[in-house]
Design a protein around this ligand. Structure first.
Ligand SMILES: Nc1ncnc2c1ncn2[C@@H]1O[C@H](COP(=O)(O)OP(=O)(O)OP(=O)(O)O)[C@@H](O)[C@H]1O
Ligand SMILES: [Mg+2]
Length: 417
């Protein structure tokens, strides 16, 4: 092994990752962790002390659960620029272990890696307007150098859109780096900026307001959601409103282990490779062993369909394991917004269909013994019917209200027909 990384969680050593000169990555649990800890990804890691390779080759030779510590499009772009600038590594020389070492103890979820590459720095004061402008500059190609603040705060979260992790005071008026010890009353949040250069992910000017409305619709549909906040910023005279969401992988300063469905199932989130039944609900059953959690996943499926959230890929489902509680559960809802998926079909199919109807809901309910599934569908339909009122409260444009309403109406007609 040439490269080695210590893996830890909650201050305890979990094991070690290593890469041999041929590039093969292996992970080995620490014997003490096996006695006192828990399996980071039951069924897709072996909970035993021998070195183990990833189950499948989809994540550049990395195990699914560790791949979850790495960012996607946005964070990787920042990371690669910095590794090139500061360490002279070009893309072909960067290995997954370099990337994990770069993430160090700043990753989403609870897993930490040591020794850290380029650690020791922090960005204590946070000017969100400046960060939003910087993020736009980087994406539009007009900013070459990545400011330290953006690199540190924007470097860890996944997802295609530019975003930062920060800490807010109770009144949401003071924003600090989340990586230092937080003053009393501060909590952990994620702020999603906008990518004006990327028409593929549909980042419209009102995407922050839209995600706010969808969070409210989800709550009205019985879906557990974190606290959300519309952050209105002045960007050199231009006003922008961004979606901010409280992080569910932090409880005060305690880190909660987060495992995405992509990581658990080795499912590439860029491809439509899953079905709700055999993918989402089966994974929920296997991990949580709880019918209540299976029903939460079922409700989320119905919401995604009725609310036209078609970008429902494998990284948009996640599970939390709290060491103190000692159990797995489906995370609260996230990334719920008006979206089109690929070819205007759901990325995760329902009973094999990318454009599901009631019979598909029924089949999944029967397969997973979801009692009262009719009520769930009815409650979600009720929640989604609040679109106009919520969109008005959030100051979405008349055009937007009408066009989304007509898509929701068409979906309803297809499902309930
Ligand atoms: N409230 C939250 N607490 C903790 N982690 C979160 C929260 N919301 C999202 N995440 C994590 O951050 C990642 C990125 O967030 P999100 O999916 O909202 O971004 P996105 O850029 O819109 O994603 P996509 O590429 O799917 O469009 C998610 O995959 C999830 O792991
Ligand atoms: Mg996402």
């Amino acid at each position: 092994m040439t490269q080695r990384l210590k893996v830890s969680l909650g201050g305890m050593r979990v094991g070690e990752l290593g890469q041999d000169p041929g590039g093969r990555i292996a992970f080995q649990y620490d014997p003490k962790w096996i006695l006192e800890g828990f399996d980071l990804s039951p069924g897709s890691l072996n909970f035993e002390g021998l070195p183990q390779s990833p189950m499948r080759g989809v994540f550049d030779g990395l195990h699914g659960v560790f791949n979850d510590s790495l960012p996607d499009g946005w964070g990787l772009l920042l990371m690669d620029r910095v590794l090139q600038e500061r360490m002279g590594l070009n893309r072909s020389q960067i290995t997954p272990l370099h990337r994990l070492a770069y993430i160090g103890d700043r990753g989403m979820g609870a897993i930490e890696y040591a020794p850290m590459l380029l650690g020791g720095e922090d960005a204590s004061l946070v000017d969100l307007s400046q960060l939003a402008l910087q993020a736009e500059g980087v994406l539009m190609g007009s900013t070459e150098e990545v400011l330290k603040e953006l690199r540190i705060l924007g470097g860890s979260p996944g997802g295609a859109r530019p975003k930062v992790t920060v800490a807010f005071s109770k009144d949401m008026k003071t924003c600090r780096s989340p990586f230092a010890v937080l003053p009393e009353g501060f909590t952990h949040w994620m702020v999603k900026f906008r990518d004006p250069s990327n028409s593929m992910i549909g980042d419209e000017i009102d995407s922050g307001r839209m995600e706010m409305v969808y969070a409210e619709m989800a709550k009205a549909s019985g879906i557990e959601m974190p606290r959300t906040h519309l952050l209105e910023l002045n960007l050199k005279g231009r006003r922008e409103a961004y979606f901010a969401v409280e992080r569910f992988d932090r409880v005060n300063s305690r880190k909660i282990h987060l495992l995405s469905l992509a990581g658990f199932a080795y499912a590439n989130h860029r491809e439509p490779c899953l079905d709700y039944g055999s993918g989402v609900l089966a994974a929920t059953q296997k991990l949580t062993k709880s019918q209540q959690e299976v029903e939460r996943a079922y409700r989320l499926m119905v919401f995604n369909v009725l609310a036209h959230n078609k970008d429902d890929h494998s990284k948009n489902f996640a599970y939390l394991y709290d060491l103190q509680e000692g159990r797995w559960r489906l995370s609260p809802g996230f990334d719920l917004t008006y979206s089109f998926g690929m070819s205007n079909q759901h990325t995760t199919s329902v009973n094999g269909s990318g454009l599901p109807v009631m019979a598909d809901f029924k089949k999944v309910a029967t397969d997973f013994r979801v009692q009262r599934w009719n009520n769930i569908v009815e409650e979600v339909a009720q929640g989604v019917s609040n679109w106009q009122a919520l969109a008005k409260d959030m100051d979405l444009s008349q055009n937007r209200m009408v066009s989304v309403q007509s898509a929701l109406d068409a979906t309803r007609k297809r499902v309930f027909n």
